[in-house]
Design a binder for this molecule. Structure first.
Ligand code: PGA
Length: 259
């Protein structure tokens, strides 16, 4: 692994799964099963409706809380939206921004994502910025160009020191929920390109410290291989984070090799 000062980060994205009581069952199992682990950060991302309940269960543990989305305004006539300060009040430390499901299904633009980044950082929420190419873009050979565009727009206007508080998640759209994860070669190559863009925008020193996570069909069966992939500083796990045993297995396989 690159000599990143920060410990590895494993994020569980529960998406639109789990009533409050289901979320409580899941988080209790995960908390109980986690082996005493130093040098790792684990972030849980339940639906908005379960944030407060999950927060209570993880208090005093190494787990941190994240939301799956956020609006950029502090308040106002934006029916159905949730603001950064509402998330802070609930105890969120992180927020996922620009997930491909939001980009694709809810037509979130690069510009909207940029506003969410600034608003979140402004209130002390750490964005987990998702970038990634579609299968079509990969086939056309435009992966690097697409990701560079997503990064440049989303990170526009962020001060050099701001990158300290941002995590980048590389999630190829074709790998999400498909069972087909990217190969270590593809991941290493793309993560290096991402870091080059970060260096260009924020300087070498700052960019070296930024964690770049991989997401897309991470499972217990491939977590070991991902742990050995040099450019991977953490994981963003969707489906497998809903099964406590699978999620714990992913964390436990990923972390020891990282020490
Ligand atoms: P997946 O989802 O692990 O189910 O592929 C990853 C994600 O969408 O973050």
């Amino acid at each position: 692994m690159r000599p990143s000062i920060k410990p590895p980060l494993v994020v569980g994205n529960w998406k639109m799964h789990g009533t409050q009581s289901e979320a409580l069952t899941l988080v209790r199992r995960i908390r109980k099963g986690l082996k005493a682990t130093k040098n790792v950060e684990v972030v849980l991302t339940p639906p908005f409706t379960a944030l407060a309940a999950v927060k209570k269960v993880i208090s005093g543990s190494i787990f941190r809380l994240a939301a799956q989305n956020v609006h950029w305004e502090p308040e106002g006539a934006f029916t159905g939206e949730i603001s950064p300060k509402m998330l802070r009040e609930l105890g969120c430390q992180y927020v996922i921004i620009g997930h491909s499901e939001r980009r694709r299904l809810f037509k979130e633009s690069d510009q909207a994502i940029a506003k969410k980044m600034i608003a979140s950082l402004g209130i002390g929420l750490r964005p987990i910025l998702c970038v990634g190419e579609t299968l079509e873009e990969r086939k056309k050979g435009t992966t690097t160009r697409v990701i560079a565009r997503q990064l440049r727009i989303a990170l526009k206007g962020i001060a050099k020191s701001g990158i300290e508080k941002i995590e980048i998640a590389y999630e190829p759209v074709w790998a999400i929920g498909t069972g087909q994860n990217a190969t270590p070669e593809q991941i290493n190559h793309t993560h290096r390109r991402i870091r080059e863009v970060l260096k260009e925008l924020f300087g070498k020193k700052q960019a070296e410290r930024c964690r770049i996570l991989y997401g897309g069909s991470v499972k217990p069966g491939n977590a070991g291989e991902l742990a050995k992939t040099p450019e991977v500083n953490g994981l963003l796990v969707g489906g497998a984070s809903l099964k406590s045993q699978d999620f714990l297995s992913i964390i436990h396989q990923f972390v020891p090799k990282r020490r």
